[in-house]
Each structure stands twice: as C-alpha cells, then as structure tokens.
Design a protein around this ligand. Sequence first.
Ligand code: ZN
Ligand code: ZN
Length: 716
Amino acid sequence: MTKIFIGVAWPYANGPIHVGHMAGCNLPPDIFRKYHRMKGNEVLMVSGSDMHGTPVTVRAEKEGMNPKDLAEKYHQMNVKAFNDFGVEFDEYHSTDDPIHIETVQKMFLRLHEKGYLYEKEMELPYCPKCDRTLPDRYVEGECPFCHFENARGDQCEECGKLMDPDMLIGLKCITCGSTPEFVKRNHFFFKLSAQEDYLKKWMSDKDYWRHHVLNFSRMFLETGLKDRPVTRDTTYGIKIPLLGHDDKRIYVWFEAFMGYYTMAVKWADGNQEKLDSFWKNPECRHYYFLGKDNVPFHTIFWPAVLKSLDWGLNLPYDVPANALLKIGGQQFSKSRGVTMNIKDIVQHYDPDAMRYYMAVTMPENRDTDFSLEDFVTRNNSELVATYGNFVHRALSFTYKNFGQIPESKLPGNEENELKTRIEQANHDAAEFLEKCEFKNGIRTLMELARFGNQYIDTKAPWSQIKQDKDACGTTLYHSIWISRALAIMMAPYMPFSSQKLWKALGEQGNVLDAKWEDALRAPKPGTTLSEPVPLFKKLEGSDADKEVKEMAPNEIAGLEKLDLRVAEVKTASDHPNADKLLVLTVDVGDGVRQLCAGLKKHYTLEEFVGKKIIVVCNLMPAKLRGVMSEGMLLAASEGEVVSLLAPPQDAQPGDRIDGTTPAAQMTINDFATYPFQIGENRNAEYAPTGGQPQALTVSGKPIGTDKNDGPGTKIK
Ligand SMILES: [Zn+2]
Ligand SMILES: [Zn+2]
C-alpha cells in the first residue's frame, strides 16, 4: 500500500467557489483521491479556507462587514458547495482553526531559531488619506510587463507576474484612489535566497512535471531568488509569536501553504507516528493541486520553507497546476466579479454532468474556455448519447427480458476480446490518472463506452431474443460486464451516477469502496437487477440560456453606472516620464480633459489629433507617473493589435453611449468588471456573463473600431 498526500490550494473565503476554481483546483485532486483510494492506497487530502488574506478584508470593507464574519459565511458556503459537487477532503478547515494557528506559529519560531527569518527595514506604500500602509491587494496600478491596468500590488492577474507595489505604474490606493507615499517599516523576511542552490538541485530531476509548471519554475529560479517579507502591518490574522510585534501579522502567502502541514497535524490528532507516516515517510508522494498563478508558491517558496525547517519533512513530488478555465475569453475572478458559482450550478444541473464537462475541458496545459452552450452540447452528444445510452440499453433490455444477470452460455472468442478491452481500459486509465492526465483518463473510459454501444448495435439483442435466447443472454451478459466495469472506473469522475448504476446492477454498498481492479471481474449470473433509470438527462439548448441569465454575476451593474462619451482629440504629446505613455487633451462636450494613454506603440501623435474616440468620463482621476489623467479611452486589443473604438461618423463630442448616464465616480477596478468585447459583427458590445451581448451604440448607431479586429477581442 502506497501513501499519497494531496494538498489542495486554499481558496480565499471572499466569495463563493466558482466554476473556474473548481475545474482548476478542486475537481482534479478529488478525482485523484477517489482513484487512489480505489487502488487501495492510503490518501490524505487536505485544504481549507484562507480567512486572513487581503481579498477577504478588501471585500469585507466593501460590504461593510467584519472580515471574520464575512470569511466564516463564505467558508460555510464553500464547504457545502464541495459537498454538493461530490468533492471530498480528509480535512478541510480554515486558517482560524486553533491547531492551524498554533502550528503556524511553531513553524515561524523554528525558522526564526534556524536563522531563516530576520528583521529588515523595507519601503511600503502608505495612503495618507486612509492613514495606513497598503499591503499587496490594497494597491493597484498598471503592470510594467503586460500593461494590464489593474495589476495588484502582489501579482498581475493578467500575465501572472509577481509584483512589488513600487513596480506598478500609476500606483494608487484601491480604497480612496489616492496616490500612496512610501514609508519605512520593519518586517520579518524569509531567507529564500539561502535555498537557491538547493532548489536548483532538487528541481533538476523533475522532468515529469507539466511543462508549463517546470518551465515557469526553472525560469523563476534562473532569475535569482530574493528574500521575501513574511509579515505585514495589520491586526487581522495570525500573531507573530515573538514579543513586541503586536501591530504585525504573519503574511498570508507564508501562512496559507503551512496549512498543508497544519491540517495533517490536526488529522493525526496527537499521534506522531501517524503524522510522520505521511510527512516523513520517503515512500509517501506529495501532490499539490492549484492554479497557475500559484505555481511559485508551491514549487519554490513552500519547498524552501520545508527545507529550512529542517524537520525532515517531505517536499512536493508533483505540482500538477492547471492553466485557466476562462469564460467567454475572460478570467473567472471573484475579485473582478466574473463568476459562475458552484452553489448555483448544482441547483440547475446534475453535478456529474458538470464534472464530466469540466474533466473533458480541463485546462491541464493551456487555458480553455467554459461555456454553458458547449456544456449542453457535450452533455447530449457524449455523456447521454454514448455512456448513458449504452448502459441504459444494456440494463433496461436485460431487466425487461431476464430480470437478472443472464448466463454467458456462448462465450466464444468475443469474451476474450471483451476482457482484453476492459483490461486495456483499466490499465490505460490508471496510467493516465497516476500521471494526473485526467482528460486522457476520461477519454479512455468513454472509448470503452463507445465500444459497448457498438457491441450492442452489432449483436442486436432485440433480434437475438426472438431467435436464440442463449445468444441474447450472452450478449447482455457481456454488456453488463462492460457496464459494471464502467461503474467502477467512472466513479472517480462521476461518483453520483456510478452509484446509481452500481445499485441498478444489483451491487451492494458504495461503489467508491470497490477496488479499481474489481472492474475486471466478471458479473455474477443470477444477480437480481433493479429497475434501471437513465443515468443522465438530455438538456435543451434553452437550458444553457435560461439558467445562465439567473446566474449572471450580480456584481456587474448595468450601463447606467457608466458615463461613456464620444470625445475628440485636440492635442497629443509624449509623456514626460514614461516611455510607453502619451498625453492627450480631449473635448468631452462639457469641457476639455487630459488623459494619459498607453498606446504609444500603436499610434503616432499625428494620428491622434482630430480623432473621435470613446472615453470613460466618470473614473476617479489618477496621476500616472506624475501626470494627471481624468478619464480613460477605450481600445480593443487582440494580441499585438490595438485599435481605438470608433464612434459613428456623425457623433459629436459629448454624445453619450446609449444607456450610460452622468454617473457617480468609480474606481478603475469597478470599471474592469464590465464585460465589453468586439462581437461577431465587429462592433463593440456589452456582454454580461451568460447573458445576451448587447451592442454599444450612440443614438442607436453601432460603435466599431478603427482597425480590423476579429470577434471576441477584448476591450480595455
Ligand atoms: Zn501583467
Ligand atoms: Zn486610501
């Protein structure tokens, strides 16, 4: 028996778990865990809710709630969502758990004793208006690498690069929009640099990692490791277990991954041997499941901490991080309000059908796109038409004509072929699952279902029954055999329907307690069957539309909160302090405003003058590298091509986009939640998640672009 430890990235308790998170971080380890248990391996899978992160406090401030209450609310909600979706953990708690807190403090002290933590003065952004220092997500600005305008102080959500606040262009406080000053503060730093050589050696034999994980991690190491602050100025979170630091707490990035160990401590419940059997046993492999933005924390920082603790704890064996599951080309994001929540999904759809869809579209190596239309199509044409159809035909025909599993009186050569087929599927799927290739795993199993369908078609038991009952019985016996094998092997992917099938086959207990190899075993003739019910439901096209609207994220308001106007460019000049920026003055109808725009690579100054553009007029003014910007122009970008939105020919400066109003000021963060895109007809659209795209117009006339952009292009 092998032991497998599975760490699942801790989600922030700042909102309900959404489809992107489930498909990227939770469903894969759940399949992995269920499979290994069926293989007879001992598995310990842990995770929990991150209650202390800035996403939680930022959200709580927005909702006017106490962060602890807010986090607890979402923690409970997410525990239920996992449960309803069939995702099981051996331990799932929160960072408020007393054992977590105590163990994190122990680890902090140990690192301090070992000389891996030291105090150093650092510069931090400080908002004079809010009178506080601003850790990571409390500041935003333009990403210096990809020029995404709302990069956070800890990481750019668009390109995934890790940030320090002082790297951002046009840094501002997300609460009040002020430009922060920099102040000096004392903080604890983790000596990450000390483990650089060790990590290089450790990573040198990790060629079996997913390419994108390995490449990213090796590149990260190549650029050199910098020590990182592990405490921050706040009174919310885990206290520093040393005297005189009451105004600081342990940084969440440092605390959250320690949760993999703390949850094992909780699970072992004081039994050191039990704990060591997973954490110090060299035979126990450690797997970590997470999204790609989390890779360096699990391939660099966490291994470095484990090594530095010097307790002989196991380092990760594999980190099969996923790329992103997007929706309509956009990133799911709780903080940006682009979501489709599991708690809503399970109310509208069969969780197994959704688990199937996520498994076949899983972003294992590159970003993939989620759409409910595609879900409906694949549910009908694959799940229902192949797997569901096969087992239902096999079971209902047998039930009706035999009431029990018939005997195989004429096995012939085909029984050997069938055995080989099942053995092959059992072997291949296992191999894929062990390599965390979940897509290939389910494909293999669907192949077996397809074979079953063909087998029934070829044999035509409905004719056989009239001529030769023994031949018919044999065909059905074989079909039941395949169905039983599928019930077992599909169980890690689709536990609910496998259980239904298991019962219908006259089997007892929980299918997840069956052994993986038991899929090879022949069924017992004479076993009484229960009346079969179809495993899956066909969905109508309208199932995608109808439900989607109800689930459209409510954080995205209508156009009435925006003041979008036609403007005419009067002058254009270079920004004095920024290479990529230029400064425009534009007539917005009720006056002239100054804007900074990052389009220098794409337009010359001459091209700008006299041009009519679309400007967001109710953005909070902000200084970009020392120059005030009082609005933002809208442009569409696809890859390298950036083009300005072009109002209709006869539009005049000050004309408003239909549906928008002289609205109150908003932050750039709020604006970023508006899903604008270039539609099929190459015109600009407002496309709320799941809803029908709606054309952006001025006096009923469409807005195009000044270059040829294809549909789906994002507007920023
Ligand atoms: Zn970026
Ligand atoms: Zn502020």
